[in-house]
Design a protein around this ligand. Structure first.
Ligand code: GLV
Ligand code: MG
Length: 298
């Protein structure tokens, strides 16, 4: 898996020391991860390692071994089951010590915080603000469902007994903290790895709210994730059209207008801001325009 992950079309890869590794296998897993980071070719992808959470006996050794062994080949440490700003501050200080001791740039290693229980969600604002190293807030739906006593075993899915999306509040709450502090908001795993349509349905809900991406557990989920978190071709084209049209109409040549009609739609400065979001997502995904703006002839 550590070899195969290097050639996949994901934006990021995280190597796990937490729940995918049995307690007796953790010492060996640390060594495998250091070897994979130092000898592998990760092709410019963001490289993260998920350590164990701070209620276990393993976290400090995870961080020390991985950073001492591969700190220069590591972009982020993912901290699961974060419950308070203190958890993030512990990791921040530990990383600072390690970076100083190893001659690495201080602050170079980022933190991804997983929100997986009530304490984490209640404290998510303070967690997001706890260190400039925090780059990403991640929803951990499986642990979250367990910690809340949710009556379901299908991670992230709608529930037949509940007339709404049981995860709406959680996703929105995380998104608010992420946007307030300018962090990425990432949705968690979908465990039925053969059910790509199920993955797509769950992913679409967080993508619609504004989440930046979602975990994939299997190569078969990657295409669906890339598709769902990118704009559709028509939305991308429309966004680029709005940007060009608005630039033209606000200019001298276009009449210095602040609100204009583009087809049947009124566009103004807020339209430009919405279009910037969609266009940035499309450009990041490498999309190409299929239409162009033509100024009206005088
Ligand atoms: C991920 O770690 C989850 O618990 O969903
Ligand atoms: Mg978890």
């Amino acid at each position: 898996m550590l070899d195969k992950a290097q050639g996949l079309a994901s934006d990021q890869v995280f190597l796990d020391l937490e729940d995918a590794v049995a307690p007796l296998a953790k010492p060996e897993a640390r060594k495998n991860i250091v070897a994979a980071l130092t000898t592998g070719d990760w092709g410019g992808r963001v490289r993260a390692v998920r350590v164990n959470d701070l209620t276990t006996p393993w976290t400090y050794r995870d961080v020390i071994e991985v950073v001492e062994g591969a700190g220069g080949e590591l972009d982020c440490i993912m901290l699961p089951k974060v419950q308070s700003a203190a958890h993030v501050q512990w990791l921040d200080l530990t990383l600072t010590q390690l970076e100083r001791a190893l001659g690495l740039p201080v602050g170079g290693i980022g933190i991804e915080a997983q929100i997986e229980n009530a304490a984490g969600l209640v404290n998510v604002d303070a967690i997001a603000a706890a260190s400039p190293r925090v780059e990403t807030i991640i929803f951990g739906p499986a642990d979250f469902m367990a910690s809340l006593n949710m009556k379901s075993l299908v991670v992230g899915a709608l529930h037949p007994d509940y007339p709404g999306d049981p995860f709406h509040y959680v996703l929105m709450r995380i998104l608010m903290a992420a946007r307030m502090y300018d962090k990425q908001a990432i949705d968690g795993p979908y465990l039925q790895i053969k059910d790509v349509d199920g993955f797509r349905e769950v992913a679409k809900r967080s993508a619609a709210l504004g989440f930046d991406g979602k975990w994939v557990l299997h190569p078969g989920q990657i295409d669906a994730a890339n598709e769902v978190y990118s704009p559709s071709q028509s939305d991308y084209d429309h966004a680029e059209l709005i940007l060009d049209a608005y630039e033209y109409y606000t200019s001298e040549a276009g009449g210095k207008l602040g609100a204009v009609m583009l087809g049947d739609e009124m566009i103004d400065e807020a339209s430009r801001k919405m279009a910037l979001v969609v266009s940035a997502k499309g450009r990041a995904a490498g999309m190409a325009r299929t239409s162009a703006f033509t100024p009206p002839s005088a």
